[in-house]
Design a protein around this ligand. Structure first.
Ligand code: NDP
Ligand code: GDR
Length: 344
């Protein structure tokens, strides 16, 4: 039976990946950091916290010694490093913390592997944010990087450290450059879930309107549950490498707003431009979305669209869920959660 250590267990991907690994017969050590009120709602929602092969392990990514002890104690075959300060907006407010967790944190894991057991296979959660101000369309594994936020820069450091440990120490260190992936388990600070949660509350009469920043931003959005399968496949490959996972389809935030309202039978029309833009319910004439400049970022990633041909050809991985279906799934879940006043 294989053993995997997953950092970032309380996050979206940590929950889905653990579920997948348990289904595959792994023993899973889920690493979380100590906070005054740790929240495991995602693994609880998937019902995996009571699985006999699932074990929670306290660990902070910024503490190398702690990580060395954990690897010595649990001797995993695979380590998936999903922990990060992962919110781009906050990284502009907390660039140093973001660098320590998202950048140096990954190096701590690599160092611990090098010191304890270089045979452990390592997955680094890299991101399309490394492409930032994009240098080619669509983006592939060989597109030059140009990050546009402290988060993107920290992730780029972690990516190159992963490549460097692969080449210097012969460690099976793989970097998955994943484009945005969403689900009902997405945090409410990210734009898709912010929209689906607000649309559900508007539909239920609990909220008047939604406030957003740059709705012209374009993203390549896939379904998180499919993307964690790609992570696992990367660590089963013969050699460590770098892979893009993406849908190769691009939509604006404005498109996502329309899709989410459509999922609750509200048709919207957009009026005005830039900070004056609003979305209006065509049946009632009510404004259901407006722009608030406080959600703009100091530097924006305007468009991302990935080409995952390498993952398809070498790993047999492909994104399947359409954005319309993904959005409808998220709205449905948020309607149900808001009806029972769930707090997440
Ligand atoms: P989340 O924000 O949902 O989860 C991040 C996790 O990291 C949380 O469990 C968080 O714990 C943990 N964490 C933060 N700081 C520390 C620390 N100092 N020590 C230990 N754990 C810490 O992210 P996702 O699940 O969406 O993403 C997983 C990874 O993939 C992240 O690294 C993200 O940057 C990356 N990524 C995500 C993409 C996406 O679209 N979702 C796309 C590309 C990359 P806590 O609950 O305590 O905050
Ligand atoms: P992103 O995701 O920055 O791509 O990072 P996010 O959902 O935060 O933003 C996507 C785009 O929407 C625009 N936007 C808003 N964003 C938020 N959060 N809130 C708003 O009100 C709003 N209005 C417009 C943003 O400006 C942006 O252009 C996510 C994270 O999961 C990262 O960890 C991951 O690496 C990347 O995806 C790939």
């Amino acid at each position: 039976m294989k053993k995997a250590l997953v950092t970032g267990i309380s996050g979206q991907d940590g929950a889905y990946l653990s579920e997948l690994l348990l289904e595959k017969g792994y023993t899973v050590y889920g690493a979380f950091r100590r906070t005054s009120s740790v929240n495991f709602w995602r693994i609880e929602e998937l019902g995996i916290e009571k699985h006999p092969n699932f074990h929670l392990v306290e660990s902070d990514l910024t503490d190398l010694g702690n990580f060395v002890s954990i690897l010595n104690r649990y001797q995993p075959d695979e380590v998936y490093n999903l922990a990060a300060q992962s919110f781009v907006g906050v990284s502009f407010e907390q660039p140093v913390t973001t660098g320590k967790i998202t950048g140096l944190g990954a190096l701590n894991v690599l160092e611990a592997i090098r010191l304890v057991n270089p045979k452990i296979r390592f997955y680094q959660a890299s991101t399309s944010e490394m492409f930032g101000k994009v240098q080619a369309i669509p983006q592939t594994e060989s597109t030059p990087f140009y990050p546009r936020s402290p988060y993107g820069v920290a992730k780029l450091y972690a990516h190159w450290m992963t490549v460097n440990y692969r080449e210097s120490y012969d460690i099976f260190a793989t970097s998955g450059i994943l484009f945005n992936h969403e689900s009902p388990l997405r945090g409410r600070e990210f734009v898709t879930r912010k929209i689906t949660d607000a649309v559900a509350r508007i539909k239920l009469g609990k909220l008047d309107s939604l406030e957003l920043g740059n709705i012209d931003a374009q993203r390549d959005w896939g379904f998180a549950k499919e993307y964690v399968e790609g992570m696992w496949r990367m660590l089963q490959a013969e050699h460590p490498d770098t892979y893009v996972l993406a849908t190769n389809k691009m939509y604006t935030v404005r498109d996502f707003v329309s899709l989410a309202f459509k999922a609750v039978d509200i048709n919207v029309e957009f009026h005005g431009t830039e900070v004056d833009e609003t979305a209006v319910d065509t049946a009632t004439g009510k404004t259901v979305m407006r722009i608030n400049p406080k959600f703009y970022r100091p530097a924006e990633v305007e468009l991302l669209i990935g080409d995952a041909s390498k993952a398809r050809d070498e790993l047999g991985w492909e994104a399947k869920t359409s954005l319309e279906d993904l959005c409808a799934m998220m709205v449905r879940t948020d309607l149900e959660r808001n009806e029972r006043n769930a707090s997440f």
